[in-house]
Ligand binder design. Structure first.
Ligand SMILES: C[S@@+](CC[C@H](N)C(=O)[O-])C[C@H]1O[C@@H](n2cnc3c(N)ncnc32)[C@H](O)[C@@H]1O
Length: 447
């Protein structure tokens, strides 16, 4: 149960809702102990004011702690709070701010969270900054790591490493194929053989707490649509693989995931795809509405733009509203393609006929020229040769026309197939709904 107002709901999907408002207030509308995971990236305490707003560094820790407090009430006893924090330099100084560590101490000492484990997100694609210390004076190296605190409400949060195993290295794969060859059973003084232990295939390697995830997305549907519409995208998105890791690690399908500083709603999109329920909270109605672009695969940018405009004013329902726009587009594509197919078929029929006629003329001209060669006078031979050459040219032209008509036909057919495929892709995007129906049925049968 939640107490959200309709005005706060920007769009709803089969598994989640994008909300607009202050997270402190929105968290207050959630029932006690109902959330499995909050994964979020707050506005950082950076020096320069960014478009999405920053608190000054001193006040920052207290400001963030209010959210930590409100989050704790709604987390289940098995729940986790994962906070991604960028590092910062102190104002005008080549020395570091301690704010990520102050956040850590505040959350553990005062809010009584547990630090389940500290993570570091290494973004190899990070640009050097601040320019003054790194590029100009060259007295500091590139800062490419964010701290990611995994807090838990109790000492025993829900977690399963088996859900986030990494592919084994090539060496490990070889070892697993033939453990005896690689590890000659080394008997320790305890008579414990390590070869057997290392030769067990656990389905993958256990990841470390250094998460290497490049933040280089430039081709997502969200960005493509923003670019096509000339709209500025959210300036501080994290890569989908960051929330993905924690959602898979710390929750099960059907669990509830919340992002309290959702920006472009990377978290909601990933949760939707992974079959988790989700709420995303964002202060800016505009950012919240723009994030609908993540849920409209296949829609033409101008249609997606219509839903973005609607989401600024009222709650948009997905997938229904997206599908109806897509269906109209697919229908138009199909109708246009049908017309093009009919025209191409007609052109093809004419070209085939012309081609046949030209072929006949060529044969006649050839026969005539051969006959004249055998019996006729030279000037007649020349006339017949010229007729043959013309017929050959004619034939080549008609053949080219026929090939072009065939190409047009196959392209028109492809366009109509595209319309159908777009609709199928769109439905496939939301396909894990089936799973939710199963969860509901299961819940009903338990009640
Ligand atoms: C660093 S961005 C999050 C980006 C997000 N992880 C993504 O991938 O797009 C932080 C967001 O928090 C929002 N925000 C700031 N204060 C907030 C508040 N009190 N309640 C809800 N959202 C807030 C900002 O508008 C901004 O969009």
């Amino acid at each position: 149960m939640t107490n959200f107002t309709d005005d706060q709901k920007v769009y709803v999907t089969p598994r989640g809702t994008q909300m607009h408002g202050d997270s402190l207030e929105l968290l207050g509308a959630l029932d006690d102990e109902t959330v499995d995971l909050i994964v979020t990236s707050p506005p950082f305490a950076l020096q320069r004011k960014k478009a999405y707003g920053n608190e000054n560094q001193e006040a920052y820790v207290d400001w963030l702690a209010q959210f930590g407090q409100a989050a704790k009430r709604v987390l289940k006893p098995t729940g986790s709070l994962v906070i991604d924090l960028g590092n910062a330099y102190r104002q005008g100084s080549p020395t570091r701010s301690l704010y990520p560590y102050r956040v850590l101490l505040k959350f553990v000492d005062e809010l009584e969270y547990h630090l389940a484990e500290e993570f570091f997100w290494y973004n190899p694609a990070k640009l050097p900054s601040p320019l003054e210390w790194v590029n100009k004076r060259r007295i500091r190296v590139k800062d490419a790591v964010n701290t990611v605190w995994w807090f838990s409400k109790t000492e025993w949060p829900q977690a399963d490493v088996n859900q986030v195993l990494l592919p084994y290295s090539k060496n490990m794969q070889r070892l697993l194929k033939d453990p005896e060859k690689y590890y000659k059973a080394t008997l320790r003084p305890s008579e414990h053989s390590i070869s057997k232990h290392f030769g067990t295939n656990n389905g993958g390697a256990i990841p470390s707490n250094l998460l290497q995830i490049p933040n280089t997305d430039s081709s997502s549907a969200y960005l493509k649509k923003c670019r096509a519409l000339g709209i500025k995208s959210h300036p501080a998105r994290f890569p989908a693989n960051l929330p993905k890791f924690f959602i898979e690690f710390l929750t099960n399908p059907g669990d509830l995931v919340v992002d309290i500083f959702s920006g472009s709603n990377t978290t909601g999109m990933v949760a939707e795809r992974l079959g988790r329920r989700w709420y995303s909270f964002e202060l800016s109605r505009d950012y919240a509405a723009l994030s609908i672009m993540r849920f409209l695969p296949g829609l033409a940018p101008q249609d997606a733009g219509k839903l973005y405009d609607e989401a600024k004013l009222r709650t948009v329902s997905l997938p229904e509203e997206g599908r109806s726009l897509l269906a109209t587009m697919a229908k138009t594509l199909e109708e246009d393609a049908d017309k093009a197919v009919a025209a191409a078929e007609e052109a093809l029929a004419i070209a085939v006929e012309d081609h046949l006629e030209a072929k006949g003329r060529r044969k006649k001209a050839k026969d005539a020229s051969r006959e004249v060669l055998i019996v006729g006078p030279t000037d007649l031979v020349e006339i017949a040769d010229a007729a043959l050459a013309r017929a050959e040219e004619d034939l080549a032209a008609r053949s080219a026309t026929m090939r072009a008509a065939k190409r047009d036909l196959s392209q028109a057919k492809k366009r109509s197939e595209l319309g159908r495929a777009l609709l199928e892709d769109f439905d496939a995007y939301y396909d894990t709904t089936k799973f939710l129906v199963e969860v509901d049925e299961l819940a009903a049968s338990v009640e």
